[in-house]
Design a protein around this ligand. Structure first.
Ligand code: ZN
Ligand code: ZN
Length: 141
């Protein structure tokens, strides 16, 4: 895959990703619903070394339900959620899939916190599905 380009609503923050995402997560948890203002969160995780970020972001950190702290970066001008990661994990970071605005972007590979999934949201077939985080009970094999 060639390079993938993401940008915020106003264009101040741009991200270029070399290579394919390692995995793509849809998360239905209430915190992600509030953070995105949408029915679920969609993040594509890339090797940090392959990601180039330009433009200043502001951050907000939270401790996830599974106890892991995540720091979220958003554009201070237009508020678009751009990317996030765990401060203790320097290998990978997630880029918000919507910021690519690409109809051919690969589909999700895993679904988390389905106990909070809005009832009309369909999950793609043959992906890993969990009631909570990836540390918890799996819904399928
Ligand atoms: Zn912006
Ligand atoms: Zn979540």
């Amino acid at each position: 895959m060639s390079q993938l380009h993401a940008k915020c609503h106003c264009g101040n923050v741009e991200i270029t990703c070399g290579g394919e995402p390692k995995f793509i997560v849809m998360c239905h948890c209430g915190d992600c619903q509030r953070r995105t203002g949408s029915a679920f969160n969609l993040g594509a995780w890339f090797a940090k070394a392959s990601v180039k970020i330009s433009g200043k972001t502001k951050t907000y950190s939270r401790v996830e339900h599974d106890g892991i702290e995540t720091t979220y970066h958003f554009c201070p001008n237009c508020g678009t959620s751009m990317y996030w990661g765990m401060p203790q994990n320097i290998e990978v970071l997630a880029v918000a899939v919507g910021t690519f605005a690409d109809p051919d972007f690969p589909r999700p590979t895993v679904s988390f916190y389905e106990r909070q999934r809005q009832s009309w949201v369909n999950v793609p077939e043959n992906i890993d599905r969990y009631i909570g985080s990836g540390k918890g009970k799996k819904l399928n094999q």
